[in-house]
Write a protein that binds this ligand. Sequence first.
Ligand SMILES: *Cc1c(COP(=O)(O)O)cnc(C)c1O
Length: 757
Amino acid sequence: MVSERPDSHQLPQPFEANLLVVQDVIQALQTLAGWHRLRFSLPVVGITGSNGKTIIKEWLYQLLHTDLRIVRSPKSFNSQIGVPLSLWQISEADQLALIEAGISRTGEMEVLASMIRPETGILAYMGTAHAEGFSGQAEKIREKLSLFAHSSLLVYCRDDESVENEVKAFVAGRNPLLRTFTWSYRSPADLRLALVRQDASHTCLEARFGTLTFTIDLPLTDQASLFNAMTCLAYCLSQGYDPVRITERMHELRPLEMRLELKKGIRQSQLINDSYSTDLDSLYMALDFLSRQGQRNRTTVILSDILQSSLSGPVLYGKVAEALRQHGILRLIGVGSDISACRDRFSGITETLFFDTTEALIAALEQIDLYDHAILIKGARRFGFERIDRLLEWKHHDTVMEVQLPAMRRNLRQYRQKLSPGVRIMAMVKAFSYGSGTHEVAFMLQHEGVDYLAVAYTDEGVELRKAGVRLPIMVMNPSESDFEDMLTYKLEPELYSLRSLHACSAFLRKRKQTAFPVHIKLDTGMHRLGFTPDEREKLIHELCATPEFHVVSLFSHLVASEDPTQDAFTRHQVALFSQMADPIEQALGYRCIRHISNSSAIHRHPDLQWGMVRLGIGLYGADERMTLEQVATLKTVISQIKRVAAGESVGYGRKGVVHRDSTIATVRIGYADGYPRSLGQGAGRMLVRGVQVPVIGHVCMDMTMLDITGVEAAEGDEVIVFGESLPVTALSRWAGTIPYEILTGISQRVKRIYYDE
Ligand SMILES: *Cc1c(COP(=O)(O)O)cnc(C)c1O
């Protein structure tokens, strides 16, 4: 669907698709999808709200897919384009559609509502986030409710007063035929809940539904997950499902973000563990994820029988084999009697191994060459593949940094929404992506369509290339000895002084290169790297005399873009920049990309976005002026707990004197891991069982002691150093530094684990 007929040379050849030329692509797509949806009479459930739409949708799928054939929005496809694409998937065989709808400003929901026409509505959590496009919370709720203008049932939680009021007004004013099914911890409701008990990993609730009382045991503890799970339960009850059956299935619910886990394996391998489910859709998603991990030529998939599919074995495993082939999977290890019985389907795969049971595979595991493989482990729960995962996982000292790639993706999208059309994004992945990892992050950014990457040193760029990153990469601080590598690995240098310029041009001349892409850094006040204003004429002269260069971009760096009291200086930098860049461009005779904005400038100075912006810290979630998501969670573990009597001291130098009988926990992180020593003696805090407890005594090299008096903790418990409920910005404040230093200082011996959806 296009608005302009492309020239045939712009199309891939051979071109095997139909082109629909329409006036307005999005509108046409929406009209078409709305028409498609009306061809089917299946019940459609519309899910909206501020947080948790995707989780509710995925959990409902997990709870009900054994009973019904369900079509659902892929991933978080809930936008003006995502919704039509979701609806387009509905087919004759489907028995239930779960469709997400997300909006960012007034007026958008009407369009989505007329397309989706949900019979039943589910209102997810209405937090106060993302309220920018609305005049206030009430208007945001009202706008979301308009999805249900023609629905007959709405499922929601009564505990938020503003939601309750808006729903009442909505029923009275806009849809008198709307019935409601409510749940609540506090007020009378169709489903009434009470917390029974909660420990570190489980929550037990008591539910009352009509005359029935039952208990629910969930492997979840955080408020958001509980809200989403209860909303799912309420929907199922509203549809007449047996409470006992549903609550049994709820034992299996897992946070979605935990679905695909990427970590280092033994023998240089990389492990992806997808313990979520084993339907075909999720296999396709996991294979996509596997192939996004770059240039590992050697890929192994360990797959169990796929249970509960409506397809016959040969058809089902034929589809699996096709998908493995398409993704260039080298080896399949099939576990289970069904997949083994269909082994002839997999003749197109280079290497296949089949085992009847997980135990049989474990017994043979030593003999299988896994060196340097990327390994996907995907098994139905009853095969217990976590045992394989444990055997293949690289063992560590238990302090890990978990990186949520979906959160980073959403942060990126938040900034993208703030950009004027056509502005490019250069993502700053220097210093191990601000401590978050190298190619894992770069691949995600590449997949998200970022235009450029920037690193500080050539080595970092070489690593990204070796891992298979294809995006253009700027190197900010290349040294003269690096040019050979820059050429080999297609890296683009920043030139910042006449010396660096001469060295580069001499090298290029010797190697007979012309029009080599370079970036010119102008110093407008940072006084770090860059050509100064008084070097302007010399620079122009040199650039014009050097056909070996093609100047891709002219740029500078803002000194204090985050600080309103320095806005006059920011303007001064901009004026200086123009005075230098204008004549350079004129003399060169071609246009260069101009860029000056870092993360905070993107939203504080939108008029400075120009041709490109350089997004750094915001990606990683540490810009307090935006409602970003924390990307990294640093976790450690309690090694030992002991009682220390009043008057005794803890740690080196007798600095941690205890004034009462205390309980002290020793955790496995110290300054060698990047936990600043300045956080000792009560300055820093960590989260133990959700409670903030102070550091006592000095931070040691590999360990730190916490005063956990009054907190019921056990040895082996997980401890959060920073993360969602303890932002890294709090830590940096305590340590008297900035989040940049904390994030990049987490040492390489701390294993990174990546999660993706
Ligand atoms: C690190 C860096 C950025 C990114 O800055 P953030 O504040 O992290 O967004 C941009 N430009 C240059 C030259 C940098 O060195």
